[in-house]
Design a protein around this ligand. Structure first.
Ligand SMILES: Cc1cc2nc3c(=O)[nH]c(=O)nc-3n(C[C@H](O)[C@H](O)[C@H](O)COP(=O)(O)O)c2cc1C
Length: 209
C-alpha cells in the first residue's frame, strides 16, 4: 500500500525551506479536505488558505511555531460557532439538488437535524464542529503526504488572535486547528533525519474476534 510508505515519509516539519508549493497541489489538498467525511455530512467548518506574509506574521505572534509564518501556505480550519436551522435548511436543499432529488425529499433528515441542533448548547456546537474540522486535518495530512508536500498540524497558536486577525467571529467561526504546508529544510530541521517513533501495532490495536 503506497499510503503506508507516504505516511512513513511524512513528519511534522519544524523548519521549512523557501520552496513554494504549487497552487495546483494546494488545490488538490483543499479538494481532498472538501471530499472527506463529516458527521451528518454538513461540513460545519470552513477553510482559509493563507499566503499573505504580513497576515501570517501577525498570526504567528507569541507562538513557538515559526511554521505559522515560515512555510509556503497556512491552512486554518475554522469551526462553526453555531449550527443554525438556516444553515441546515440551505445545506439539505443543496444536497437534494446535487442528488437530483425532488424538493422536500430529504425533509425527514432536515427536520431531524434542525431538532437535534436546536437543543445543543453553544459549547456543544463548538466541540462538535471542531471534531469535524480535525477529520479534515487528518485528510489534509494524508493528501499532502501523497503529493510529497510537507505539512505540520498545529494547536500551538493563539485562537483569539486568529479570530481577531481573520475576523472569524463576525463570520460565526473560530479557529479550530491549523496546518502549514511547504517543503522540509533537510539540513536545518533536526527532525528530518529522525526515525519515526510509534507504538508497536500489537500495543496500539486490539483485535476482538
Ligand atoms: C492536533 C495536533 C496538534 C499539533 N500541534 C503541534 C504544534 O503546535 N507544533 C508542532 O511543531 N507540532 C505539532 N503537532 C505535531 C505532533 O507533535 C506530531 O504529529 C507528533 O509528534 C508525531 O510525529 P510525526 O507527525 O512527525 O510523525 C501536532 C499534531 C497534531 C495532530
Amino acid at each position: 500500500m503506497e499510503l503506508i510508505k507516504n505516511l512513513k515519509w511524512r513528519y511534522a516539519v519544524k523548519k521549512y525551506s523557501e520552496e513554494k508549493v504549487s497552487e495546483e497541489k494546494v488545490d488538490q489538498i483543499v479538494e481532498a479536505i472538501n471530499l472527506t467525511a463529516s458527521s451528518c455530512g454538513i461540513q460545519p467548518y470552513r477553510l482559509f488558505v493563507i499566503t499573505n506574509p504580513e497576515i501570517r506574521k501577525r498570526l504567528g505572534e507569541g507562538s513557538f511555531n515559526a511554521q505559522i509564518h515560515a512555510s509556503s501556505h497556512l491552512l486554518v480550519f475554522a469551526g462553526f460557532n453555531e449550527i443554525s436551522s438556516d444553515y441546515i435548511v440551505d445545506y439539505i436543499e443543496m444536497m437534494e439538488q446535487q442528488r437530483n432529488l425532488e424538493n422536500g425529499a430529504l425533509n425527514v433528515l432536515k427536520d431531524t437535524l434542525v431538532d437535534y441542533f436546536s437543543v445543543q448548547t453553544p459549547d456543544q456546537n463548538v466541540i462538535w464542529s471542531d471534531k469535524q474540522a480535525y477529520i479534515g486535518l487528518g485528510t489534509a495530512l494524508i493528501a499532502a503526504a501523497e503529493l510529497k508536500v510537507d505539512a505540520t498540524p498545529m494547536e500551538g497558536f493563539d485562537p483569539k488572535l486568529f479570530d481577531e486577525v481573520l475576523g472569524l467571529s463576525e463570520k460565526g467561526l473560530h479557529a479550530s486547528v491549523i496546518l502549514s504546508l511547504g517543503y522540509r529544510d533537510n539540513e536545518n530541521d533536526f527532525l528530518a533525519s529522525a526515525p519515526k517513533s510509534r507504538l508497536p501495532i500489537s500495543k496500539f490495536s486490539t483485535k476482538i474476534n
